[in-house]
Design a protein around this ligand. Sequence first.
Ligand code: BGC
Length: 364
Amino acid sequence: MDGRQKDKPIMQTSRPTPYSLLVTHFARLLIPLLLLSACTLPTIPATMTATPVVDPFEQNQQLGRGINLGNTLEAPREGEWGLTIRDEYFPIIAKAGFDSVRIPIRWNAHAQMEPPYTIDSSFFARVDHVVAKALDAGLLVVINIHHYEEIMIDPPAHRERMLALWDQIASHYQDAPPEVIFEVLNEPNNRLTAGHWNELLAAAIEVIRVTNPTRNVMVGPANWYNVNWLADLELPEDEHIIVSVHYYDPFRFTHQGAEWVPGSDPWLGSTWTGEGGQTEAVERDLSLAASWGERNNRPINLGEFGAYSKADMASRVLWTHHVARTAEELGMSWAYWEFASGFGAYDPVAKQWRAELLGALIPE
Ligand code: BGC
C-alpha cells in the first residue's frame, strides 16, 4: 500500500451547465450513415446495432496520447477544486496533438443515498455537454466512477449503489458512439481488496453489458491500479476490455509536498535525473504491465502518470518524457495526470501550455 490519501481542500463552489450537445453529435454521425446505407443497401438489416463494434486493441491504439481532466468533475462539486471545464479546452487539447481525454467523475456525489440511487438529471446534462464537446473536438473520451471513497471503506454496503450507478450511466450512454469508453472504478483501494474487486468488477460489467453489449470497458487492478497487483486481477470472459494501470513512482518524487498525502513535505526537493537505475526502474515496472497484457491477451492503457508541481520542472520533464516514451514503446496508450490543475501541463490563467511539459508529452 502506498497509503495515498485523496481528499482535496475545498476552494470555491460550482455552477453546473444543464445543456447537452450529445444528441447533435450522434445525429451528425448517424445522418450521413443512414443516407449512405439508404443508397447502398435495399434494407437496413434488423440486427444493426446503434454502436459499431471496435476491437479493444484497435481502440487502445486510437486512445494513443491522452490527458486527464483532473480536479474538475471528480471534485464534490465542479469548481470546488479550483477548475471548471471550459468548452474551449477540448479543441486546445486536440490541437496540441492529444488523441483522447479521460474525465474523472464523482457520480456518487450526485446520486441519492437510498434506492433507487437516482443520479441528478442536471449532473447528467453537464456530463453530456462535456462529453459532446470532447467528441466534437475529435477526441476519444473515457468516463469513469472516480473518488467513490465510501466503497473503499465498506465495499458490501455500497455494492448495490455502485451497480445502480452503472445501470443508469450505461443506459444513459447506450447510444453514444464507441469513442466513449466506460471505466468501472478509479483506483480500488483500502478494504476494496482484490477479492472484493474481482467480484464487483465482474458484476459491474454484467450490468453494463445489458445496454452496451460491445462497448469497450476499462478496468484496473486493486491497490490503486498498481502494476504489481495485475497478478491478482481476474477478468470475466469478455472481449471488450482494456486494462488500465497508474504510475507515480518514485512516489516520493511525484507526490512531494502533495497536500492530500500526509507526511509528503519531507520529500520536497526529491529530484529525478534518470541516473542510478531510475530509467531502468520505470522500464521494469511498465514492462510488468506490458507482459501481463501479452500473457492475458489484453490491451494496456496507462491511465494516469504525472509529477506534482512542487517538484522541480527539469525533473518533471525528464520523468514525464521517459514514462510516456516507455509506455509508447511497450504499445500502451496513456493519459497524463493532468490538464490544468496541480500537475497541469496547461496554465489556465495564462491560457497557454507549459511548453516543457507539453514537449515531454508530445515531442515535435
Ligand atoms: C486522484 C487525484 C490525485 C491523483 C494524484 C488521482 O487518481 O483522483 O485526486 O490528484 O490521483 O495523486
